[in-house]
Structure formats: structure tokens, C-alpha cells
Design a protein around this ligand. Sequence first.
Ligand code: SF4
Ligand code: SF4
Length: 204
Amino acid sequence: MSLEVPCSWQPSSDCQGCSIEGRLMCRFESKDMLTFLMNGLAFGVTAIAGTIHAGYWWALLLWLAYSLFFFFVWEARILCSHCPMWTEESRVLHCHANSGVIKIWKYRPGPMSRWEQAQFIVGALLWLGFPFIFLLLGQEYLLTLIGLAGAVSAVYGLRQTGCSRCINFSCPINTVPKPVVDAYLERNPEMRAAWEASGYRLGE
Ligand code: SF4
Ligand code: SF4
């Protein structure tokens, strides 16, 4: 049985009269993707340039391999396959954070389990922390501090501009207010049923 496509991928004319229009990144917009990329720019540049400067350029190949595994396979399964952005009729994901990922998993409309949330935190920290190992091995202490500042600023920026409007509501760093989550679920009955089957209750 095929699942109903959430409102995020229905014609935008269906959004007329929606009480939460403008509160969420519920439709793909390239400006959201640009904001996400700008948030991570300082960390990314410092991590790459710093690792090369430290003499461990080859470690970037390991980081790339882990990135491909994490974003295309692991994170895609535990986080993104629960997200309404995953339901676009396309083999390639389009969303503010992970556009370009090839969708190898089926959409799962229910919320992430605690185990998946824990895996996501561990996997993301490993990804974020990886370059610092080589900056420290190369005694690049100033670049380590700049990279740390970039990482903190990226996470802070993401929380401010992304997590409070992202429609993957069960992500452990999502901060969308419950009334907005409830309103989105009310517009998407199959997702709502899957959430309620996991114990979620609207309005409580
Ligand atoms: S929640 Fe759904 S219906 Fe409302 S604005 Fe977003 S995509 Fe449109
Ligand atoms: S918005 Fe976040 S959770 Fe949803 S598909 Fe994109 S990266 Fe994954």
C-alpha cells in the first residue's frame, strides 16, 4: 500500500489557509539550503585547510568516506527516512541540509526511536570531531580553536535558523513548538496515525 504524500510535496496551492504557513521549512527552498551551508562554512574551511596544513591530507579521504557512509546510509536511515522531505517522488533528496543524497531507504512516517536518536548524536559527534584529531596531532592549536569556534557557531546557527523550523520533529535537536507540530500532523493524517501509534498525543 503506498503512503499519502505529505503536504510538503503537494501543490503549493494546497497551502492556502494553512495556520502554520511560514512557521516551518515545510517546502523545499534553496535559500534555506544556502543558510545551512553558510552556517557550516567556517568550520568546513578550517577543518579542511587545517588538516592539510597539519600534514594529514590523507585523513580527509577517511573523513570523506565516513561522510558518504554517514549521510547516505546511516543518518539517512535513522534520521532522514522519518522526515516528510524524504517523500518527494525522486530518487534524490531535496531539503535544506542533505540535498543530493540518493534515497536507498523507504520512508517511515513514525517518529525516531530513542535508539535512533542516540545513534544520530553519536554519529554526528564523530563526524564533527574527526578533523580535530588531526589538527591536534599536527599541533595546530590555533586552528583547533578556530575550528571549535566554527563548529560551535555552526551548531548555534543551525539551532537558531534550522532546528526551530525543521519538519523532522522527532530529531533530538528539533525545537519546533508542540502546537506547530500538532498542526502539521493534523494536515497529514497518515503521519499523524504513525505518530499516535508510537504513543504521541496531540494537544497534551
Ligand atoms: S504545513 Fe503543509 S500545508 Fe501548511 S504551509 Fe507547510 S506545506 Fe503548506
Ligand atoms: S530536513 Fe533534515 S531530517 Fe529531513 S531529510 Fe533533510 S537532513 Fe534529513
